[in-house]
Design a protein around this ligand. Sequence first.
Ligand SMILES: [Zn+2]
Length: 76
Amino acid sequence: MANVIKRFIAGAVCPRCSEMDKLVVYRQDERDYRECVSCDFAEEMLFTQPSADLETRANRDLDRQAIKFVDASVKK
Ligand SMILES: [Zn+2]
């Protein structure tokens, strides 16, 4: 717990007790957490990108390959 800097999130409302400006964020063990100083609310903050984004990009690449294939066929 050494050197854990907790910063208040201005204007943030606690989802549990609905108090404003009571939420703090801090980083510990390579993970980001937020917690409420008014109640016992605490959770890990997850920033993982939705996998749907990557799938969309992959599908777009597949479409481009399909188009190239069609063009090549036309030239023959
Ligand atoms: Zn709270």
